[in-house]
Design a protein around this ligand. Structure first.
Ligand code: ADP
Length: 450
């Protein structure tokens, strides 16, 4: 086992990983940009090193600085968290070339699954259903039009390297296809330095259900059941839960088995997530693999009792998976909400600044993953998430009741947060009934009537 790990991330996930290291008796090295100097999670680490200015491209994305930080501190492994360098196969390769273990999947599997269009080829080889699509990249407007005519509108233009809902455009007719094609390419080029796009049939009101996977370096892969992340705003998740409400058990079993097949086909190990869309007839379609730990991983930790970050570290250290598939059961119901420093009353404008009051809720079955405390300044340079609030209860109804109580109790002053929007969501009848799809928020809650 490692004795020292460097955490190449910031905020709540850096704190989460530092804690997992300490739980395993491992020292944790934190890195930070100038904007994060003095941040609360740095105190929890055993050592911390400044790796550059606020702008991520000069700090949290700067591979040589991060590797140098690991070398000077004697860290044997790097945990990348999510975002930043977590899905960058070149980073993983350079870690390993420097004799540092990358806590994540093997480079080859990252490359096979890293692009959405390539990963669909792997899915097909593993006999996993995929959304009807363009079978590879679409290079010209003409090609795009031809595909759209063949499968019928609406279609979705997707960046091959996309993430966080960027580089994605819905086209309902030829005019919007032409405009969207150019926009998606430009957006993807700017965000990922890769403007390649492909096309998919745009499914009508799908649900987003994903399967958590864990695999060791010896070919043993298991699933840890699903998370339902249908509640999204602009293709970004707001609320996640497990089990997925109203998903027939036979479909759940089939989907989980499909995810395991796909991971085996790709030679995958460590933690990963296989994302699916589920249509109104409960048919499921693979959309992508997230080859890293995800924001919403604690939902799975609560229902299965497995600490996914500790397992990631053990797997990277070469240990065998400690669980057989039959050991994994879903107990009770877990829900997570993402609390962002944004102003819902003002088109979700980011709301950085000093947090004056921070009084989080508590009680049995309540978990808060957050790096924030009173007096902390939320910088404007990074993702706006300030907390993940989770509840775990015997039933979905009880989980909802406790979540409503927690959202009422949570007191934050000094910055705006998405708590008021979440309060509205947890009072919404369709959401309570478990019938929402990925377009629900825009359709029902963001309409001009409110
Ligand atoms: P990203 O990597 O940017 O998050 P994903 O491919 O994971 O993109 O898709 C994000 C969300 O976009 C999905 O959860 C879903 O809401 C929507 N989406 C993606 N593909 C389709 C599709 N073919 N039809 C309808 N909605 C889709």
């Amino acid at each position: 086992m490692f004795s020292k790990i460097l955490v190449a991330n910031r905020g709540e996930i850096a704190l989460r990983i530092i804690r997992a290291c300490h739980d395993l008796g491992i020292e944790a090295v934190a890195v930070y940009s100038e904007a994060d100097r003095g941040a609360p999670w740095l105190d929890v680490a055993d050592q911390s090193i400044c790796i550059g200015p606020a702008v991520s491209s000069e700090s949290y994305l700067k591979i040589p600085r991060i590797i140098a930080a690991a070398e000077v501190t004697g860290a044997q492994a790097i945990h990348p968290g999510y975002g930043f360098l977590s899905e960058n196969s070149k980073f993983a390769e350079q870690c390993r070339a420097s004799g540092i273990e990358f806590i994540g999947p093997p480079v080859e599997a990252m490359e096979r699954l890293g692009n959405k269009d390539k990963s669909k080829t792997v899915a097909k080889a593993a006999k996993v259903p995929t959304v009807p699509g363009s079978d590879g990249l679409v290079h010209s407007e003409e090609e795009a039009k031809k595909f759209a005519r063949a499968v019928g509108y609406p279609v979705l233009i997707k960046a091959s390297a996309g993430g966080g809902g960027r580089g994605m455009r819905v086209a309902r007719d030829e005019a919007s296809l032409v405009a969207g094609f150019a926009q998606a390419r430009a957006e993807a080029e700017a965000a990922f330095k890769d403007g390649s796009v492909f096309l998919e049939k745009y499914l009508d009101r799908p649900r987003h259900v994903e399967v958590q996977l864990l695999g060791d370096q010896y070919g043993h892969v298991i699933h840890l059941f699903e998370r339902d992340c249908s509640l999204q705003r602009r293709h970004q998740k707001l609320v996640e839960e497990s089990p997925s409400p109203r998903l027939p058990d036979a479909v759940r079993q089939e989907m989980c088995a499909a995810a395991v097949r796909l991971a085996q086909e790709a030679g995958y190990y460590n933690a990963g997530t296989c994302e699916f869309l589920v249509d109104q007839h409960n048919r499921f379609y693979f959309i992508e693999v997230n080859a890293r730990i995800q924001v919403e991983h604690p939902v799975t930790e609560l229902v299965t009792g497995v600490d996914l970050i500790r397992e990631q570290i053990r797997i990277a250290a070469g240990e065998k998976l400690r669980y057989q598939q039959k050991d994994i059961v879903q107990r009770g119901h877990a829900i997570e909400v993402r609390i962002n420093a944004e102003d819902p009353a003002n088109d979700f404008r980011p709301s950085p600044g000093v947090v004056k009051t921070w009084r989080p809720p508590g009680g049995p079955g309540v978990r808060l993953d957050s790096h924030v405390c009173a007096g902390y300044r939320v910088p404007s340079n990074y993702d706006s998430m300030v907390a993940k609030l989770l509840v775990h209860q015997p039933t979905r109804d009880e989980a909802f009741a406790v979540m409503r109580r927690c959202l009422r109790e949570f007191r934050v002053e000094g910055i705006h947060t998405t708590i008021p929007l979440l309060q509205t969501i947890f009072r919404n009848e369709a959401f309570i009934a478990g019938t929402v799809d990925t377009t629900f928020i825009e359709r029902e809650l963001m309409s001009p009537k409110g």
